[in-house]
Design a protein around this ligand. Structure first.
Ligand code: FAD
Length: 386
């Protein structure tokens, strides 16, 4: 019997394996990963330091333990170099080939490259996995000053975690406020004030352009001629789904690997989920959507075609100084934000031109209103059209 082949041992790959095994203990399962196959919780990377957790503490299970748990052949440090959608084969970097009953692409995303100049550009960290985080923590042991390029969700979370751990942190961000593309004005200003109260310097409205080496450290230069000395530089300007394998196989790719609500790509028997996927037009690189997709796909792979359902799943920003919960309205919806300062927080509601609630952002103490508001907005698939 040909196996189900899952490519990737992140949350998407392993959760699909778990869900599949809930329905089927017979069909062979092969999980191929370019990394060492350690199972870990990626969201913990950006809160670990202030909680006193080392990178080793974040590893939950080894590849061998995961193989035993899911009765799977887990092949680590093995890169998939090509897939063939017609023949349903997977080519591995060692030159061998696997025939598959179905192929699941769970290959994640890359941190986007801001195209920095300067002789220190190659030393800038881009953290999206445990091993890079581990290397970064090694560098931080003899550092004091950290510059983070990008004040989005990941940049702000790392900044808050490291500032609380005693580092001098600067965020360089092109928008006027942190999370500037996600949060309306009052909510964004509230987050900014909270980050500043942690000692974080916000250099907003500017682009980082170059990173130069200087006496064993770095100088970051922005587009307005300001310079920022740093012992460690990190970039976090957004994620780019890994689509090359699908694209090279002639499978449709949009912002991510395009799938229908059954997680099937344009090629029969080839599926995608997680940070690499665009599910019925939506790229949602977060844990809850991945769990929803894995649940549906596990059933589908076991012979019961199941479409994914997306309930309202607000994004949680884990900035300890100012927790944020956010359900962004689709850019295709016309409307406006109404914002209100509350005791210890802010509430921002986005209504469309007909007065219907389409999104919200809550900061500080207001995050406890999430449950009520989540009941009042349409789910992701229904929140796109006017
Ligand atoms: C710092 C940080 C904090 C976060 N916090 C939150 C949070 O609080 N809440 C939330 O919902 N989400 C959060 N996220 C997002 C969430 O962690 C991700 O959406 C999720 O972990 C992605 O899982 P994945 O399996 O799709 O991708 P990944 O974890 O990136 O896994 C991809 C896998 O594919 C493998 N791979 C890639 N290419 C190949 C190849 N060619 N051959 C073989 N293997 C390959 C890789 O080795 C890896 O095993 C956070 C992300 C980061 C970086």
């Amino acid at each position: 019997m040909d196996p189900i082949v899952i490519v990737g041992t992140g949350l998407a790959g392993y959760t699909t394996a778990r869900e599949f095994r809930r329905h089927d203990n017979e069909t062979p399962l092969v999980i191929v990963s370019a990394d060492d196959g350690t199972s870990y919780s990626k969201p913990m990377l950006s809160t670990a330091m202030a909680r006193g957790k080392s990178p080793a503490d974040l590893a939950q299970a080894s590849a061998t333990e995961m193989a035993a748990q899911y009765q799977a052949d887990v092949r680590t440090h093995t890169r998939v170099t090509a897939i063939d959608g017609q023949q349903r084969t997977v080519a591995l970097a060692d030159g061998s080939e696997l025939r598959a009953a179905a192929i699941v692409l769970a290959v994640g995303a890359e941190q986007m490259d801001p195209g920095l100049g300067g002789d220190g550009a190659d030393d800038v960290f881009a953290v999206n996995d445990l091993s890079t985080y581990s290397a970064l923590r090694g560098e931080l042991t003899h550092a004091e000053r950290v510059v983070i390029i990008g004040g989005g969700l990941i940049g702000c979370e790392f900044a808050n975690d490291w500032a609380r751990s005693g580092y001098h942190v600067t965020i360089i961000e092109p928008q006027q406020r942190p999370l500037g593309r996600m949060l309306p004005e009052l909510a964004g200003n509230t987050l900014a004030a909270a980050l500043q109260s942690e000692g974080i310097t916000l250099a907003t409205g500017r682009f980082a352009e170059r990173v130069e080496r200087a006496d064993g450290a770095f100088i970051v230069h922005d587009d307005q001629g300001t310079t920022y000395p740093a012992d460690v530089v990190v970039r976090a300007i957004g994620l780019q789904p890994r689509t090359e394998l699908a694209r090279a196989a002639g499978i449709e790719v949009g912002r991510g690997i395009a799938t229908d609500r059954h997680l099937q790509t344009g090629a029969a028997g080839i599926y995608a989920l997680g940070d690499c996927a665009e599910v019925d037009g939506l790229v949602l690189p977060f844990i809850m959507p991945i769990n929803q997709c894995a649940r549906a796909l596990g059933a589908t792979l076991a012979g019961t075609p199941t479409a994914v359902e997306y309930p309202v799943m607000p994004v949680i920003v884990k900035t300890a100084s100012c927790p944020v919960q956010l359900y962004s309205p689709s850019p295709s919806i016309a409307g406006e934000w109404q914002e209100e300062a509350l005791k210890g927080g802010t509430r921002s509601l986005f209504h469309d031109t007909e007065g219907r609630l389409r999104g919200f952002a809550l900061t500080g103490s207001a995050v406890r209103e999430k449950g009520e508001l989540a009941k009042a907005v349409p789910g992701y698939f229904d929140n796109r059209s006017p």
